[in-house]
Write a protein that binds this ligand. Structure first.
Ligand code: NAP
Length: 247
């Protein structure tokens, strides 16, 4: 018999068109959730939604740019219209647009990284909260990064965005605990995706110590599922990491 711990739950996963977000969307659907797949590239999220339906699940692709607050508000309104509510939000959409030291960096790329990784997360949380409250509770999972703790040369925009995302996670958790909404951070550690590049990039600085576990996106999904299935009195304001070393 199929194990469906997310039966009757409705999830929105941002950045579900590829990489980690796609793997989490497929895992949540397999666990019984109706999953809204959001990102800018319609063809990619439509493919994820089709894959969910091929597996017998309920998936819906809703294109949205997380930097656009009205678009994000429409995303959640359309989710509720389609599936009747919202229980789970995975704030996964992210970019890493600048890899040069601060002195040589492009301010526009710096700002654009913040716009997606921090403001995008803020927009999603802000727009989702009323819908989660209407259900009497729920869960928000932010996808953070070890770079948000330790930083690295050339990663100022990305690392600062993820450090701030961790603080947003903490503050949201404190604001929302009376409403039975838990907010936790998931740190995947190095995963082979279009963000980190092909396997040849393994030795690059993005992957840090050679002793790290280089993952495929599917390796991250079980931790997301764990967080999504914790009881209402379960962890909040916590960070869960798949890394093998500090931060
Ligand atoms: N891969 C790693 O090693 C690693 C490690 C630690 C943390 N992370 C984090 O994990 C998350 C997923 O990363 P990934 O490696 O899976 O990257 P990815 O393969 O590049 O996927 C990123 C996803 O985010 C979406 N996205 C980007 N900008 C967006 C926007 N403005 N609005 C809506 N969606 C947007 C992309 O779709 P569109 O471009 O079509 O919008 C895509 O679906 C990110 O937050 C990343 O920082 C990754």
């Amino acid at each position: 018999m199929t194990h469906t711990p997310l039966h009757n739950k409705v999830a929105v996963v941002t950045g579900a068109g590829r990489g980690i977000g796609r793997a989490i969307a497929l895992a949540f659907a397999q666990a019984g959730a109706a999953v809204v797949c959001a990102a800018r590239t319609a063809a990619e999220i439509e493919e994820t939604a089709r894959e969910i339906e091929r597996g017998g699940g309920r998936g819906l692709a809703l294109p949205a740019d997380v930097t656009d607050l009205p678009a994000v508000e429409r995303l959640f309104a359309q989710t509720v219209a389609a599936f009747g509510g919202l229980d789970l939000l995975v704030i996964n959409a992210g970019v890493s647009l600048e890899s040069r030291p601060v002195e040589e960096s492009d301010p526009n790329a710096w700002r654009a990284t913040m716009e997606v990784n921090l403001f995008g997360a803020y927009h999603c949380a802000r727009a989702a909260i009323p819908h989660l409250k209407a259900r009497g509770g729920g869960k928000i999972i932010t996808v953070g990064s070890g770079m948000g703790r330790r930083g690295a040369v050339g990663s100022s925009a990305y690392s600062c965005s993820k450090a701030a995302l961790w603080m947003l996670t903490r503050v949201l958790a404190q604001e929302l605990w009376p409403d039975n909404i838990s907010v936790n951070e998931l740190i995947p550690g190095p995963v082979e995706t279009s963000m980190t590049g092909a396997p040849t990039a393994r030795q690059g600085p993005a992957f840090g110590a050679e002793s790290e576990w280089i993952k495929q996106p599917d390796d991250v999904a079980p931790l997301a599922l764990f967080l999504a299935t914790q009881p209402a009195v379960g962890p909040t304001a916590q960070s869960f990491s798949l890394m093998r070393r500090d931060g």
